[in-house]
Design a protein around this ligand. Structure first.
Ligand code: C2O
Ligand code: CU
Length: 459
């Protein structure tokens, strides 16, 4: 096994230019996203290229950019030997376009295609990824960023998307093939041994002193929770999970980015040195997640940016919200004694034989009945209790929610919430979007291991 530190440091020069997303035009993405195998230089020269599954042969997939109020229309062709489907993470779109095989569409079989088309009412940083056997397909590279641009975007010198990932490499610079490994599934998920930004370890970007950068961070990893810091850059959090904050929030400490989550930053290059960094923080220190080469600049520091323009709002009626408890259980250390799976009570042993190790309200895996069913326009209040020894990144499709703070006020809108072991909290959302919407842990092995349900919003 390659040691990650050494691996990263030996790579800086050779792969800095590889694996960057091919940027689509500002107004439209490519009309076709073809999912298929491709090879990429991730390991140092001398080692083989890595076999991945990607969109259009690009790792990450092409960065799709659209104007707010526009429409995404895209044909997904499946050139894999496995069924697939594409989920547009964080978008408040038509349910039929949500890309969940078995729920919103039939899987796209090998050799077949599916046309996705939907309106884009919200600006922000989103992403797309396979939602079929995702614990394997996302790990293999089937993901990309999806940016919806505000009509009045803040003035910056550079708008840069940084898609973070980690992969688990085995001998020959190939992905370890044990995607369904029950040990990972019952613990913190599949954590990789090579950390990537835009498909490369420690990529380098050239900037000038006092440049203003918009950094769009996306966590596409299977299970890794990134803890990030900045060195030589200072600024503000502008948006979480695509949704603008009411006011920019000055960055003071580390940022936590759970699988599926995004953070939009506006930062100024403030260092007097010739390099600045996005830092990957770990318990015993940190290293570069991305490097910024700093050239002298002409400008002076600029004032705090104005908040991003708000997206259309769907007010949450907390007082009138339909309440529903969600008890998260299972996993290593607190294994399931029994749980219901597709209407049948199974013992812990029978569950693990089926790869199921987690449950929501005693249900392992998605039931045929929704967690809660409400008419469109109602609000829902979910009381979440994490009765497990692990962290979970709970993601709701199709609608954004807000965390209900202890004082009863609402936090910022998000689509993915990180929960600590034994944490209890509440989230609430306006059920403005009709359809069946998944609610699941975005640690992809946890979802595959049973931690998923859905919410039905009737028209
Ligand atoms: Cu980003 Cu259900 O997924
Ligand atoms: Cu989880």
């Amino acid at each position: 096994m390659l040691s990650r530190r050494r691996f990263l440091h030996s790579l800086t020069a050779s792969t800095a230019l590889l694996g960057l997303p091919a940027r689509a035009g500002a107004e439209a993405g490519p009309a076709i996203l073809a999912a298929g195998p491709s090879r990429h230089r991730i390991a140092p020269e001398g080692l083989p290229e890595t076999d991945l599954w990607t969109f259009n042969g690009s790792f990450p997939g092409p960065e799709l950019r659209f104007a707010q109020g526009g429409r995404l229309a895209c044909r997904v062709e499946n050139r894999l030997e496995a069924p697939t489907a594409v989920h547009w993470h964080g978008l408040r779109l038509d349910n039929a376009m949500d890309g969940v095989p078995g729920v919103t569409q039939a899987p796209i079989l090998p050799g077949e295609e599916f046309d996705y088309a939907f309106d884009l009412p919200d600006a922000g940083t989103y992403w797309y990824h396979s939602h079929a056997q995702s614990v394997e397909q996302v790990e293999r590279g089937l993901y990309g960023a999806l940016i919806v641009e505000e009509a009045e975007a803040p003035e910056v010198d550079r708008d840069l998307t940084l898609v973070l990932d980690d992969i688990r490499m085995a001998r020959g610079a190939q992905l370890a093939g044990d995607f369904d490994n029950l040990h990972d599934r019952a613990h913190a998920g599949r954590i990789g041994n090579v950390v990537l930004t835009n498909g490369a370890p420690e990529p380098r970007y050239e900037v000038r002193r006092n440049d203003r950068l918009r950094l769009r961070l996306v966590n596409a990893a299977n299970a890794r929770i990134f803890e990030l810091g900045l060195y030589g850059l200072s600024g503000w959090v502008m948006a979480l999970d695509g949704m603008p904050l009411a006011a920019p929030q000055a960055l003071t400490g580390p940022m936590v980015l759970a699988p599926g989550q995004r953070i939009d930053l506006i930062v100024d290059v403030t260092t007097a040195e010739d390099e600045a960094f996005l830092l990957h923080l770990e318990r015993n220190g940190g290293y570069a997640q991305a490097v910024f080469g700093v050239a002298p600049g002409a400008g002076a520091r600029r004032p705090e940016p104005a908040p991003l323009p708000p997206n259309p709002e769907f007010p949450i009626d907390l007082a009138g919200a339909v309440p529903q408890r969600v008890l998260m259980s299972g996993g290593a250390m607190r294994p399931l004694g029994e749980a219901i799976h597709q209407g049948e009570v199974l013992t812990g042993r029978e569950l693990t034989d089926r790869g199921l190790v987690w449950a929501l309200n005693g249900q392992a895996g998605r039931d045929i009945l929704p967690l809660v069913e409400v008419p469109r326009g109602a609000s829902v209040r979910l009381g979440l209790a994490n009765d497990t020894a692990f962290r979970h990144a709970m993601h709701l499709h199709g609608m954004h929610f807000a965390q209900v703070r202890p004082d009863g006020t609402l936090g910022p809108l998000r689509d993915t919430l990180l929960m600590a072991p034994d944490e209890t909290t509440e989230i609430a959302f306006a059920a403005h979007n009709p359809g069946d919407w998944l609610f699941h842990c975005h640690m992809l092995g946890h979802h595959a291991g049973g931690m998923g349900t859905f919410i039905r919003v009737t028209a």
